[in-house]
Design a protein around this ligand. Structure first.
Ligand code: M6R
Length: 595
């Protein structure tokens, strides 16, 4: 995810910004840049790749005396990770950096191009600085021009803008993306998280959505809710959570909004990345992936067939390669991968390309090997995921795949306008359902102490809740090292039920909106064999030993996203009680680049 830093004061600005950006490296990025405005001159430097490339690009520059400065690490969302697309973006006398997504940038860009404004990059961000300078033609009041600019933007943003027209300070705006302003003895600091401010600022203000203004050396005290800065760096990176995995579970509803942004409006789901005729000849889909990404793929196969009415086959990448699979010329091959570097998935993709199929990657890391190999990519925009146990990557993969199912349904007219509208409304509610409720987390934390022994866990569900059960079992085994398996609940009677006794823990996924009674019968069969039952549902269940109560949703996909969070928290809390290393479980690597 992109990182922002800014500074107003007399310290040497280049090294200060580079230091701040280094503190944000853990969030992941593919290019970086900085701009310094001092003695009325604007100096801008940008580079692709690691920060050492940026350091090299500005090695001969030293800033002296009072000035203002902004720096940025970019995680590509609109446009490739090139130097031209790196921030800051500069017009004639102003530079801007931005985190988030401007949904209506194309409309703004077109209006500006009609006025002969020339654009250099493919980014959404560049419109901000041009629009600001254009607005300044109509008013001499820079703050007014800035506010007018911000009010034209739709989407999510944290923005810093510097301009030769107001060289004593920095314009800022925040909506949906984090932005912190700090004050220390040597000046004013900005950042997208408080880690870079440690050691510099003593007091901070975490801006609220809608914040917009101009900050100079004298304005900090006018901010409301100023706090003393906690000086523990790792704590700051984890944003107060105990583990990165926990932080990533909690931020899912925010990243899901980013996943969706600029891809949906009142009328439809759309993907700028996909050509209009991409699906014209496609009659079937194969999705190939590993681990959690495979579970997202398997879940999506229900949606592809149900919403888009397109045949969908799902394959584990390590099995696909040597199977000598028969493929059809009208088949689309989709690969799903968080890292974009998983060897099994990459090789399956390369292999299929030799057979001439169209390919589409759903990936979190732009410019990764899988993205470079695929014909087209939909980025999931989860931001860097540090916990080895994947959480927000799964959530965002699910959202992209669900949107894709709807997109294909629209293209193939297998879904009516009315149904499509309903589905989009459910998507927005599903994001809300992915928000962690403190009372649910506390309930799971308390309940987890009863699930630390036993000879194993069955996670059971039906339909799309079966792959979610697989994912719940995988989460638990990865970080607790307890034996857990996912099963379709209807399949228990064909063998697994032989293991049932009081020391078998069954985690039953029981959505009220999908096959509730069927799952209930399967759970009763297990309870009759004395299995210990923990139900996850919004409905009470007499035979359950424990129940984690969900909200009363009106669709099964909202229940899916809430249950996903419950399963992740359950694994987290069991693992913490067992004293395991949640973020770096034994024997596992975040990116599996070997076969
Ligand atoms: O980067 P990928 O999505 O391709 O990785 C695939 C699996 O290795 C990954 O999902 C793995 O199963 C995770 N540790 C699950 O939490």
């Amino acid at each position: 995810m992109c990182g922002i830093v800014g500074y107003i004061g007399t310290r040497e600005k280049k090294s200060l910004l580079l230091h701040g950006l280094k503190e944000l490296e853990y969030r992941g990025y593919d290019s970086a840049g900085l701009a310094v405005l001092e003695q009325e001159e604007l100096h801008v430097f940008r580079a692709t790749g690691k920060l050492k490339n940026l350091e090299h690009a500005c090695k001969d520059f030293v800033s002296e005396g009072f000035g203002v400065a902004i720096g940025h690490t970019r995680w590509a969302t609109h446009g490739k990770p090139t130097e031209i697309n790196a921030h800051p973006h500069t017009a004639t006398f102003s530079s801007v950096i931005h985190n988030g997504i401007i949904e209506n940038y194309q409309e703004i860009k077109q209006n500006l191009m009609d006025k002969n404004v020339v654009f250099c990059s493919q980014t959404d961000t560049e419109v901000i600085v041009h629009l600001f300078e254009e607005n300044l033609k109509e008013t001499s009041h820079t703050l007014e021009a800035f506010k007018k600019t911000i009010h034209s933007l739709k989407g999510a943003y944290a923005i810093l803008l510097i301009t030769q027209e107001a060289p004593k300070g920095i314009y800022y705006a925040k909506q949906g993306s984090p932005l912190v302003i700090g004050q220390g003895p040597d000046g004013i600091y900005f950042s997208s998280s408080d880690a870079p401010l440690i050691g510099y600022a003593t007091h901070v203000c975490y801006l609220e959505d809608g914040a917009i203004g101009f900050m100079d050396n004298d304005s900090f005290s006018s901010l409301s809710d100023i706090k003393t800065l906690n000086s523990n760096r790792l704590y700051a990176q984890k944003e107060g959570f105990r583990y990165f995995m926990e932080k990533e579970i909690y931020e899912q509803h925010k990243v899901l909004l980013e996943t969706m942004m600029g891809r949906m409006d009142e009328e439809e789901v759309y993907f700028e990345e996909i050509n209009d005729d991409f699906f014209t000849d496609i009659q079937r889909i194969t999705i190939c992936a590993c681990g959690t990404s495979y579970h997202a793929a398997l879940s999506a196969s229900y949606l592809f067939e149900r919403i888009a009415k397109i045949k969908c086959n799902v394959a584990i990448a390590s099995e696909w390669r040597y199977k000598e699979p028969i493929v059809e010329h009208d088949e689309l091959f989709i690969v799903v991968s968080q890292s974009g570097e998983t060897a099994d998935t990459l090789e399956a993709l390369k292999n299929i390309k030799t057979q001439g199929l169209k390919t589409l990657a759903i990936c979190n890391v732009d410019n990764s090997s899988i993205v470079r190999e695929a014909d087209t990519t939909l980025l999931t925009r989860a931001g860097i995921e540090k916990g080895v146990a994947s959480t927000k990557a799964f959530a965002t993969q699910m959202m992209v795949l669900w949107m894709l199912a709807l997109y294909i349904g629209q293209k193939k007219e297998t879904i009516s306008k009315e149904e499509s509208k309903k589905e989009r409304a459910i998507m927005l509610r599903a994001i809300e359902a992915a928000k962690v409720l403190p009372q649910t987390h506390e309930k799971i934390r308390r309940l987890s102490k009863r699930y630390l022994h036993g000879h194993g866990f069955f996670f059971i569900g039906r339909d799309i809740f079966y792959p979610l059960a697989l994912e719940g079992a995988l989460k638990l085994k990865e970080i607790s090292y307890l034996h857990a398996e996912g099963y379709p609940s209807g399949d228990m009677k064909h063998g697994p039920i032989a293991l049932a006794d009081s020391n078998l823990f069954t985690i039953a996924l029981m959505p009220r909106n999908l096959l509730y009674d069927k799952v209930k019968s399967n759970v009763e069969e297990l309870a009759a064999r004395d299995a210990t039952i923990c139900a996850i549902s919004s409905l009470e269940l007499e035979v359950a030993d424990d129940i984690i109560i969900l909200k009363e949703h009106s669709s099964y996909m909202e229940e899916f996203f809430e249950m996903m969070v419950v399963l992740q928290l359950f694994a987290l809390e069991v693992s913490i009680r067992l004293g395991n290393d949640v973020d770096m479980p034994r024997n596992l690597a975040k990116s599996v680049t070997v076969e």
